[in-house]
Design a protein around this ligand. Structure first.
Ligand code: SF4
Length: 177
């Protein structure tokens, strides 16, 4: 992941986790991330990073399918656009518009209690099962390897993407909104 920033802080005051977005961009430095200890960084911080396009399991060559699933499968959880400092550069917003933003605060990278719907949206495979679009090799060994690799990809690409890709999209790419 490149250009990693802290997008927000996860609040667990309510019935389900919600992201409280930072007013200002903040680089995800080791010193900042250490503040999450002793729990996992992903349980405390929502991170954003530059879109990796073809290196990411969610990218189908033209669109981020994670953003598609978020906008089409999840319920809205806010009444107005969240105050989010990366909106001008957010791939999810550029691709799915406000539909992504109205659902975005429920997306938490580290959510051990994720229900079936959130797991489906994340593309997270069940043990022994390949994620959507993932080509599992033959045999249990390949399936286990693919599952581990897919889980790693999910854990490192579950946030909105920003950066050079958005410049391309703004210039008239097929994802532009
Ligand atoms: S979808 Fe992007 S712009 Fe919208 S709230 Fe989430 S991170 Fe911000």
């Amino acid at each position: 992941m490149g250009d990693v920033q802290v997008l927000g802080v996860v609040s667990r005051d309510g019935a389900a986790p919600r992201v409280a977005y930072l007013d200002q961009p903040m680089a995800a430095t080791p010193e900042i991330l250490e503040l999450a200890a002793p729990v996992a960084v992903s349980e405390i911080f929502r991170l954003s990073a530059r879109c990796e396009e073809s290196k990411c399991m969610h990218f189908d060559g033209t669109r981020c399918q994670l953003a598609v699933r978020i906008a089409s499968l999840l319920p809205e959880v806010v009444d107005a656009l969240p105050a989010c400092n990366i909106r001008p550069d957010c791939r999810w917003f550029r691709q799915e518009g406000r539909a992504a933003c109205m659902r975005c605060p429920q997306i938490v990278t580290g959510n051990a209690e994720a229900d079936d719907l959130l797991q489906r949206v994340s593309g997270m495979p069940k043990p022994g099962e390949a994620p959507p679009g993932w080509s599992a090799g033959p045999g249990a060994e390949h399936a286990a390897r693919d599952h581990a690799a897919a889980t790693q990809l999910i854990s490192t690409s579950n946030g909105p993407c920003q950066g050079e890709t958005q410049t391309k999209l703004r210039a008239g790419g097929s994802l532009g909104k």
